[in-house]
Design a protein around this ligand. Structure first.
Ligand code: AMP
Length: 193
């Protein structure tokens, strides 16, 4: 099974590259951001609670997203593999994911971290705000909060995967195809080991 953690700050291209990777490697895409937005659209209790955090650009509590991911993994029992996009975002989430996957004997193959500088992230997110209508992509203060949350709470997850020898740094600047090519080369190498 090929299980990938696609990692990086908001606006680094995780969503765009996930779409290409799921079609090439036939993986199930698990994006906690997408799942949360679907919950908001359906006005579920979880969605209404999550929205209060998302509107401020801060992380939703760990137990909420961990529970969501656990049920999605079990819902896709016959998957060839998963792409985790936007999850894990804290070390507690990374530990919980490891436990979930180890219990099911389907460990993470590799963690791919897309590197993009701050100014480029802000530019991309504001552009996406125009086309996607996502309110958290339209307000520069919320964008800065999300990037700050990434540095404070999410970047430490790198250490977790480094210690397992699964961390790979990928330059996230260039054309979509160039970045996709870099990701595929790294995945193919990690998967063949
Ligand atoms: P995204 O679509 O990945 O940029 O996520 C949008 C928002 O959803 C984030 O700013 C968080 O508020 C929330 N979110 C998504 N994934 C997670 C996660 N793994 N842990 C906590 N909050 C999350």
């Amino acid at each position: 099974m090929l299980n990938i953690v696609l990692f990086g700050p908001p606006g680094c291209g995780k969503g765009t590259q996930s779409e290409k990777l799921i079609s090439k490697y036939q993986l199930v895409h698990l994006s906690t951001g997408d799942i949360l937005r679907a919950e908001i659209n359906n006005q579920t209790k979880l969605g209404i609670e999550a929205k209060t955090f998302m509107d401020k650009g801060v992380l939703v509590p760990d137990e909420v997203v961990i529970g969501m991911i656990a049920s999605k993994i079990d819902f896709n029992k016959n998957a060839k593999g998963f792409i985790f996009d936007g999850f894990p975002r804290t070390t507690a989430q990374a530990e919980a994911l490891d436990k979930l996957l180890n219990d099911r004997k389907i460990p993470i193959t590799c963690m791919l971290s897309l590197e993009v500088d701050h100014d480029e992230l802000v530019k991309r997110l504001l552009n996406r705000g125009i086309t996607s209508g996502r309110s958290d992509d339209q307000n520069p203060l919320i964008i800065e909060n999300r990037i700050k949350e990434y540095h404070n709470k999410t970047a430490p997850v790198i250490k977790f995967y480094k210690s397992q020898g699964k961390f790979h740094n990928i330059e996230g600047i260039g054309s979509i195809e160039e970045i996709f090519d870099r990701l595929c080369k790294t995945i193919d190498k990690a998967y063949s080991i």
